[in-house]
Write a protein that binds this ligand. Structure first.
Ligand code: FAD
Length: 355
């Protein structure tokens, strides 16, 4: 029974930016909590960013609550390593109780408590925050013939740099920021073709990721005041013209074609019979929420998400979801945007636990 485990107020699953931002506010409420994270060290998905990855906003627009990210020493936009360093120091600064590597397998309800079953034992808590992000659930669309294609296939989740593609013919599939940035890099050493469902949408050159936050804030205010607003959704789908992407445009490689119909053994083929030989495909086709551990609570819907009110689960009121995307709060999948969602969740949790 649950009485064999010390029962915490809150267990937070995932210690990426969403988990850490939530921890910051839980700590201010003096709640007893722990974070469980399956990675070897601090950083969440940033541990897996490609080598040249930089934030699309300056440091002061990319901060977690409480302690701003130090300005980049290597350019306007912080590098992956600078982000990782910030996360490590952020955890140290607030002495967050992060247990890692601990992989949460499933969660069950035992009367008043949740039992969190992991590869390193069982935790118990009265409330639960899921902040597991999307990185560990990469999405690849189905294309006929993909199994027979003899070339290599890789998702952007595992892309490190362009070296393996040197002198190859590479199809880059996906019209978001990952697709544009990986295309920019790979096209320097390989022959590329860029495949996007629709014509890619580019933000103006003089605008960076900040505009996405500004729009999110306007939508959030409007939502709070019950207004509807006509502001472009501006998810992470719109392409920010970071310097490498601008440079790719100068080289004339930033030109996209609509999707092919099928794979052949040696390449890709369109319905009009056109065939293009390719050696490799890089899928920059995004992610789905990593919610496998919540399936046992019967709150994961057929669309792979959980129904939420703000960020609280509708079907299991002791569970909060933080991060993931706009469905858990405007811009909550961004560094600066997650603060609002995290603060809201922590406040609700404190009220919930106070009964
Ligand atoms: P994550 O960082 O994925 O953290 C979740 C953590 O939980 C991970 O450590 C994960 O391993 C762990 N976990 C998952 N499942 C389990 C489990 N069952 N048990 C235990 N642990 C588990 N945002 C910006 O604001 N600015 C940017 O410039 C920017 N650039 C981006 C570039 C790319 C290429 C991508 C993909 C995203 C970018 N984003 C950016 C968006 C966002 O910042 C990241 O996606 C971010 O990683 C989301 O943080 P998170 O905490 O929600 O998830």
């Amino acid at each position: 029974s649950s009485s064999t485990y010390p029962v915490l107020d809150v267990v937070v699953i995932g210690a990426g930016q969403a988990g850490l931002a939530t921890a910051y506010f839980l700590r201010r409420s003096n709640l007893a909590f722990v974070l469980l994270d399956d990675q070897p060290g601090p950083g969440g998905a940033w541990l897996h960013g490609w080598k040249s990855l930089r934030l699309f906003s300056p440091a002061n627009w990319s901060s977690l609550p409480g302690w701003p990210m130090p300005a980049s020493q290597s350019g306007v936009y912080p590098s992956r390593d600078e982000v990782l360093d910030y996360f490590r120091r952020y955890e140290e600064r607030y002495q967050f109780p992060v247990d890692r590597p601990v992989r949460v397998q499933h969660v069950t309800r035992e009367g008043e408590h949740f039992l969190i079953h992991t590869d390193r034992g069982v935790w118990a808590s009265r409330a639960l925050v899921s902040a597991t992000g999307n990185w560990s659930n990469p999405y690849i669309p189905c294309f006929p013939g993909a199994d027979h294609f003899k070339g290599s296939q890789q998702h952007s989740a595992f892309y490190e740099d362009a070296q393996p593609y040197r002198n190859q013919r590479v199809a880059i599939v996906g019209g978001g920021n990952s697709g544009a940035q990986i295309l920019a890099e790979v096209s320097k050493v390989a022959q590329t073709v860029w495949i996007t469902v629709e014509h890619p949408t580019f933000l103006p050159d003089d605008v960076d990721g900040r505009v996405l936050f500004e729009r999110a804030t306007q939508r959030w205010l409007a939502q709070k005041e019950g207004r509807t607003v006509d502001i472009p959704a501006g998810g992470l789908g719109e392409i920010v013209m970071v310097p490498p992407v601008r440079e790719a445009r100068e080289r004339g490689v930033l030109v996209a074609e609509r999707p092919f119909a099928r794979f052949t053994e040696t390449g890709i083929e369109w319905d009009d019979g056109r065939h293009k030989p390719v050696d490799a495909v890089i899928w920059c086709t995004g992610f789905r929420p990593a919610l496998q551990h919540l399936v046992s609570l019967k709150i994961v819907e057929p669309d792979g998400k959980v129904q939420v009110n703000d960020s609280q689960s509708v079907k299991e009121s002791g569970v909060w979801l933080v991060g993931y995307g706009d469905w858990t709060g405007p811009a909550s999948a961004t560094l600066v945007g997650v603060m609002r969602a995290a603060r809201g969740a922590a406040n609700q949790i404190a009220r919930y636990l106070a009964g």
